[in-house]
Design a protein around this ligand. Structure first.
Ligand SMILES: *Cc1c(COP(=O)(O)O)cnc(C)c1O
Length: 393
C-alpha cells in the first residue's frame, strides 16, 4: 500500500503543493518551516490537549448505536464530534491553529467561512485567546446563515460580506487570501479544512487526528480490538474525514468509505460531488480535484448542506481516492435528509446535514453481522432544523 502522507514538498502524489502569490511566499515558507517543530513540542501538546479536554470536552464519546446496528446488520459505533463545544469537529483545528498563531507572534487572525461553522469556531478561540478576528463570508451566506453571523459578532469578530463571484465559500476563500497578501507580517490565516497551500492540509489533518487517536483506544476498550472493519465520514474539504482515518491510513484491514454531497445527483448541474465530477486544477493555493468548465472557470457547488458546499476537495483525499484507498460515494440531498431523520428517530441524535450524508451511505454498503463500523458524526443538527423541516413535506 502506498504512503498517503504529505511528502517534503507538500504533495500527496500529484496533488497539493503551495501555489501562492509572490507576496505570500515568505510567509508560507516560514509556516512550512515552523509548524512541525511547534506542534510536536511538549509545550504545544500540553496546552493543546489541556484545552481539548477542559474547553472542548474531549474525548468525544464513541457510542454503540444499538438500533442502527440492528437495522444495518453490523456493529455500528458513532464518534460523537457533535458533542464538542461549538457543535462540530472544527474546534479541534482552530484551537491548534490559534496556539500556533500565538507562538509565531501574530496579532491578527483571519478566516474564511461558508455556513459559518468555521467562522464561529475561529471567533470562539480568538475570544478565548484575546486575538483580533476578521472573518470573510460570501454575502449570500451572510444572509442564509444569519444566526452564525450574529454568533461571530457576539464573540467579537468582524464579519466581512464578500460580494465577488457567487458570493459563497469559494469567494470567501479568495478574499481571505487577498487580505493575507496585504498583511503577511502580522496576520495568521486560520484555514478551516484540509485545503489551501502546504502546510495547511497536513497541519489541519494532524490537528484533527485526535479523532482517530481516540477511536483507537476507545475501540480497544469496547471491542478488544483497536481497529474497525470500516471507517466512515462525510467529506467537504476533508478535515473530519482526515481526522477519522489518520491513524488507519496505511492499515489495510480497515476499509474507508467517504460520503460527498451529490446535491441533485453527481451527474447533474446541481452537485458538490467533487471527487466524482472534478478534474485536476489549482484552487486556493493547491492542486486538487476541482469542478470547473473547459476554460478552467470554477463551477459553483450545489448541495443542501452548507458545510459541504465547496467546488474542490483537499489534496490528501484526491490522492487517496485516486489510489483506490478510499471508496467515495455520492449522496444526494434527499438521501441525506432521510439519513438525518433516521438517526434522529432510531438513536435520538439529530446530526448536522453534513454528517447525515455519512449516515445515508450506510444503506449503500453490505455488511457482515460482526463487522465493526465506526462512523463520525461531524456535527450536531441544531443549525439545520429549519432545513430538515422544510424538506419533510
Ligand atoms: C464544515 C463541516 C463539514 C465539512 O468539512 P470537512 O472539512 O470536510 O470536515 C462537515 N460536517 C460539519 C458538521 C461541518 O461543520
Amino acid at each position: 500500500m502506498g504512503n498517503f502522507q504529505v511528502d517534503k514538498n507538500g504533495f500527496y502524489g500529484e496533488f497539493g503543493g503551495a501555489y501562492v502569490p509572490e507576496i505570500l511566499y515568505k510567509c508560507v515558507h516560514d509556516l512550512q518551516d515552523a509548524y512541525l517543530p511547534i506542534i510536536e513540542s511538549e509545550e504545544f501538546k500540553q496546552a493543546y490537549h489541556q484545552l481539548l479536554k477542559d474547553y472542548v470536552g474531549r474525548p468525544s464519546p464513541l457510542y454503540y448505536a444499538r438500533r442502527m446496528s440492528e437495522k444495518y446488520g453490523c456493529q455500528l459505533y458513532l464518534k460523537r464530534e457533535d458533542l464538542n463545544h461549538t457543535g462540530a469537529h472544527k474546534i479541534n483545528n482552530t484551537i491548534g491553529q490559534i496556539l500556533l498563531a500565538k507562538k509565531l507572534g501574530k496579532t491578527r487572525v483571519i478566516a474564511e467561512t461558508g455556513a459559518g461553522q468555521h467562522g464561529v469556531a475561529t471567533a470562539t478561540v480568538c475570544a478565548l485567546m484575546d486575538m483580533r478576528c476578521e472573518v470573510f463570508m460570501g454575502a449570500t451566506d451572510v444572509e442564509r446563515q444569519h444566526t452564525n453571523v450574529e454568533r461571530m459578532r457576539m464573540l467579537g469578530a468582524e464579519v466581512h460580506p464578500v460580494r465577488t463571484g457567487n458570493m459563497t465559500l469559494s469567494d470567501a476563500c479568495s478574499e481571505a487570501i487577498r487580505d493575507w497578501c496585504c498583511h503577511p507580517a502580522d496576520t495568521f490565516y486560520i484555514v478551516g479544512s484540509t485545503m489551501g497551500p502546504h502546510p495547511y492540509p497536513d497541519l489541519v489533518a494532524r490537528l484533527q487526528s485526535v479523532i482517530s487517536e481516540e477511536i483507537k483506544w476507545q475501540l480497544a476498550e469496547k471491542t478488544g480490538r483497536d481497529y474497525p472493519d470500516y471507517l466512515m465520514a462525510c467529506i467537504g474539504g476533508g478535515s473530519n474525514a482526515a481526522g477519522t482515518i489518520y491513524h488507519y491510513m496505511n492499515d489495510e484491514r480497515v476499509k474507508i468509505v467517504l460520503a460527498e454531497a451529490g446535491g441533485h445527483g453527481w451527474d447533474t448541474d446541481y452537485t458538490a460531488a467533487t471527487i466524482h465530477r472534478g478534474t485536476t486544477g489549482i484552487l486556493h493555493g493547491a492542486k486538487m480535484l476541482v469542478m470547473q468548465n473547459e476554460d478552467g472557470q470554477i463551477q459553483e457547488a450545489f448541495t443542501i448542506s452548507a458545510g459541504l458546499d465547496y467546488p474542490g476537495v483537499g489534496p490528501m483525499h484526491c490522492n487517496m481516492a485516486k489510489q483506490g484507498r478510499t471508496t467515495v460515494l455520492s449522496i444526494n440531498d434527499d438521501e441525506a435528509i432521510a439519513g438525518g431523520y433516521e438517526l434522529t428517530r432510531l438513536e435520538g441524535i439529530i446530526p448536522a446535514i453534513e454528517s447525515a450524508h455519512a449516515i445515508a451511505a450506510l444503506g449503500k454498503l453490505h455488511f457482515k453481522h460482526d463487522d465493526v463500523v465506526v462512523l463520525t458524526v461531524s456535527g450536531r443538527g441544531d443549525k439545520d432544523i429549519e432545513t430538515y423541516l422544510a424538506y419533510k413535506k
